[in-house]
Every structure is written in C-alpha cells, then in structure tokens.
Design a protein around this ligand. Structure first.
Ligand SMILES: Cc1ncc(COP(=O)(O)O)c(C=O)c1O
Length: 499
C-alpha cells in the first residue's frame, strides 16, 4: 500500500501543535534533571510498533509525553556539567526550516541554497576565527568528526609528501606515521586517530603540565629523535582547565620538522574572537587544520562542527566521493560532500548562517567574554571557601575544583567533592557532574550555554558552602547524599498544548 498522504490541513495542525509546544518549552522552566529512570523511559518508548500506522498528531503527542521526563535542561542557567551550548532560538528556528525544506546538502545540484549558505558561513567563520581565507570548511556533526576529517587530510598529505599514495595502496604498506600529541589531548582525538587506522604504536604522548598544556620542550626533543611522516596535534581549550598549548611555538617546531599541525579547538578556538584573549590563541593561524564546534560555544543547535583545512586540495583529496551520477565539479557552487565524510546529509549551513547573523561579530565576542568573566568570578568566589581548591589557572570558561576539610585525605576529599555535587543536583537548580582527573574526583563548572549573572554566581557559591556545612554536620555512611531530585518532578503535559 502506498504511503498515505497527509491532508495539508492535517500537516498544518501538526506543525502548529509543535509550535505551541515550543512556546510552552521556551516559557516554562524545564527541570534540569530527568525525572524517570531508564526502565521507566523504556516503558514509554518501547511499546509495540504499530502495524498499520497511526495519526501523526497522536504519535507526536506520545513522543513528547515519552521524552519529556527523560530530557535534560541543558539550555538552562544551572546546567554547568559539560561544555554544551544553549541552542540559540534563531538556530532552532533555522533548523526547523531545514527539516521543513527537506534539502539534501550532499551536492550543489541537490540544493543550491544549502551549498551556497555553506559557502557564506565558510567565509564568515574563517574571518571570525582569523584563519587563512583560502582554507576550506566541511560542516560535520561535531568536533569529533571535524578532528577525523582534518586528520584524514593530514594522514594522506604527510604520506603523499614522502611519495606514498594512500588512496592507491592503502594503509597496510604505508610508512609509519608518528603522531605527536599532548598526554591530555581530548579523548575524541584518540578516537578519530583510531578510526583512521592509527594506534598506540603511532602515538608519542608528550607530558602535560598542571594545566594540561603540552610541554613544548619535550615535544621539540621527541621530534628531534624521530623521522618519517609526522602529525602534531595541539589543543586550544583543555576540557577541564580551558588551557591552551603554546600554539605559535608548536607551529614552529612542527613545521621545522616537516610535520602537519592540527589544532583541536572544539570550544577554545572561539577565544580568537576576543581581543584580550588573543595571547592564548596567538599563532593558531599557522596550523594546517583546525577542528571547531558550532554546537558548543557558538550556540548552534546539535549537531554542528567545522573541519577546517588550510590546503583546500588536501581537504578534497581526503574526502572525495566520486560516482558517475554525481557531478564532481559544479561551475555554480561548491559541492559540500567534497569537504566531509557524508554524501547525503542535512543542510547544516542554514542554522549556522542564522546564528552567526543573529549574534553578529560583537555578539559572539561579548558572549565568549562574558562566559570567561563569569568563570573568573566563580573561581574567585570559590577561592574564598577554605574547603575549595581550584585545580588550575582559570584562563577561559572552565573552572574545575575539589573540596576537602583540613583533616581529609584524598579519599575524604573525593567523597566530599562527590557529595557537594550530589547536594547541588538535589536542589534541582543545578546540573553538575564530577569527573575523575589525575586519579582524583573533581567538580567541573563549564560556562558555555546560558549566562550566569553575578548574583547567580554568588548563589551557587553560597549553595556550595551550605552543601559543605551539611556534609560536615551529617555523616552519610555510603559517601553519597541521601537527598534526591528524582521524584520532585513528573511533568504533566501542559494542558494548553492542544493536540
Ligand atoms: C577539546 C575537545 N575536543 C573535542 C571534543 C569533541 O567534540 P564533540 O562532542 O562536538 O564531538 C570536545 C568535547 O567536549 C572537546 O572539549
């Protein structure tokens, strides 16, 4: 039986219902924490698949009812757990349009508008980030894939420079490539390298300092003793500390040794838009490739990342997909699939275009500046608590702390840090997570989505103080807080969302 066509009125009421729901979603305070556990969520989602289909309005109603209790309020002010952006409404609206238009952004011919929007954002992004105007950008799902694309270009290119044709001969007989990277490079960089056929035998992990910055002198000496194709990976924005490797020195070392330099700047590269942070990112423009996220600090809705490669041809050679039915060249505009790993994909450029235009140059600068200034305020207020220890120099938007009483050993510190986190989460005003860093428990505050004002920072620190005092007063034998947020909020579907 052919797929049933929806009557235009039914389609319209479906979209209107979602728009009414969106209004509710924006107006109301979505709880920060899910109120149902995985089993409860499964009971709502894992129902029998309908045999002959159901009216879409009913299905969308059920989808909202099933999903709401399992959503995280990641766009709200108290969400500080990870570097997750706030999905700017302009980006959300553009993303809706993207779905509505149903464009396939693979090739120019399939959607000239999608292809040209990507050309436009390529130019804006290179300009904003102060990178070579001749570089190319592939719009991908996030920084993990951006790293993958850039490192694919790097791998092909360093092998090509020693006369090895990777597309022809494959990896099996390839000369060994050495990848020099900081011991505290982001886990997704290691993942991207593994997808590309590299393993531990290829890695030279360069020790990092207390802020997680790669030790440049150790890089220099490691590279002196190595020969063959080489890739160096530097980091702009450490996930716990926000620290930056010494980019210009590393660029100098990498290029003196004929290596390709990649910079993982998932969120940190946005420091390039703030003049007073320029010392952190000085020399970033000298790299051969950069991976940056759109969906973190830039506030583009998920999923969006930028794979930026200085040598456009190297980028294309690494990503080329050819087939008789796909025009390899378009005289009108670029084919997006030349710069990313997918053929058919959503038209990511529209949301980026809308967010960049809405924020504007000054808006981006001010947002990054404000998050960094809040991070500094938070660190300074926290430092006044005798039990708090800030684990690093605060240079960007990340503040990582641990908590302990004078008499606490490391286990005691770890336990108190965890309890502070649990207590804050139990207020339902914060969403925080601890992490294991250098064998101890830390609490990370990431300022990258909603902006906290100075009163909110004071409230947060007061709440931390209260949590510490409560933990001092009450000994919880299993080391975890007994308070729980989980049953404070089963959300009823809003009555005014008329389906
Ligand atoms: C430094 C760094 N690189 C890469 C990534 C991976 O980015 P994504 O989650 O967008 O794939 C992250 C994510 O937090 C990051 O902080």
């Amino acid at each position: 039986m052919a797929m049933q066509k929806l009557h235009p009125d039914d389609t319209a009421s479906l979209y209107e219902a979602v728009a009414r729901y969106a209004k509710y979603g924006c107006d109301a305070e979505r709880p920060l924490h899910p109120s149902r556990n995985a089993e409860q969520l499964r009971a709502a989602f894992a129902v029998d698949l309908s045999k002959s289909g159901r009216p879409p309005l009913d299905v969308i109603h059920d989808l909202i009812a099933a999903a709401e209790p399992g959503l995280v309020g990641s766009t709200r002010e108290g969400f500080l757990a990870w570097v997750i952006g706030g999905s700017h409404p302009a980006g959300i609206a553009a993303d809706w349009l993207t779905a509505l238009w149903g464009q396939n952004a693979g090739i120019y011919q399939a959607s000239p508008a999608a292809a040209v929007a990507e050309e436009a954002v390529e130019r804006w992004l290179l300009d904003l980030l102060g990178l070579p105007a001749s570089a190319s950008i592939g719009l991908v799902t996030g920084a993990t894939m951006a790293g993958f694309v850039c490192l694919a270009a790097a791998r092909n290119e360093v092998l090509r420079r020693v006369g090895y044709d990777l597309p022809q001969h494959g990896l099996a007989r390839a000369p060994k490539t050495t990848v020099f990277l900081g011991a505290e490079a982001h886990s997704t960089i290691f993942a991207a390298l593994r997808y590309l056929g590299f393993g531990e035998a290829n890695f030279r992990r360069i020790p990092a300092d207390r802020n997680g910055r790669l030790d440049t002198a150790r890089l220099e000496s490691a590279m002196k003793g190595a020969d063959g194709p080489a890739i160096v990976i530097a980091q702009a924005g450490h996930i716990n500390t926000g620290a930056f490797d010494s980019l210009s020195e590393i660029a100098d070392i990498a290029h003196r040794h004929g290596a390709w330099l990649h910079i993982d700047g998932a969120f940190g590269l946005w420091a390039r838009t703030v003049p007073e942070l320029s010392h952190l990112v000085h020399g970033a423009e000298l790299a051969d490739s950069w991976s940056v996220d759109g969906h973190k600090w830039l506030q583009v809705p998920y999923d969006c990342g930028f794979a930026i490669v200085a040598d456009r041809d190297a980028h294309r050679r690494a990503m080329d997909i050819t087939a008789g039915y796909l025009p390899s060249e378009s005289t009108d505009g670029r084919n997006p699939n030349h710069f990313g790993p997918e053929l058919s994909r959503r038209a990511r450029g529209f949301a980026v275009w809308a967010v960049l235009q809405t924020l504007g140059r000054d808006g981006i600068t001010n947002m990054v500046r404000a998050h960094c200034s809040t991070a500094r305020d938070l660190a300074s207020e926290l430092s006044a608590l005798p039990e708090a220890r800030i684990e690093h120099d605060v240079v960007l938007n990340q503040v990582t702390a641990s908590f302990g009483l004078a008499e606490d050993d490391q286990t005691g510190r770890d336990r108190l840090t965890q309890r502070v986190c649990d207590e804050l989460n139990a207020t339902n005003r914060y969403f925080l997570k601890t992490a294991d860093w250098r064998n101890h428990t830390v609490l990370r505050f990431s300022l990258s989505g909603a902006q906290l004002d100075s009163q909110s920072v004071k409230d947060l620190v007061r709440e931390i103080k209260t949590a510490i005092d409560r933990c001092r007063a009450v000994h919880v034998s299993d080391g975890r807080s007994k308070r729980s947020f989980s049953d404070t909020w089963p959300l009823p579907l809003p009555a005014h969302v008329a389906f």
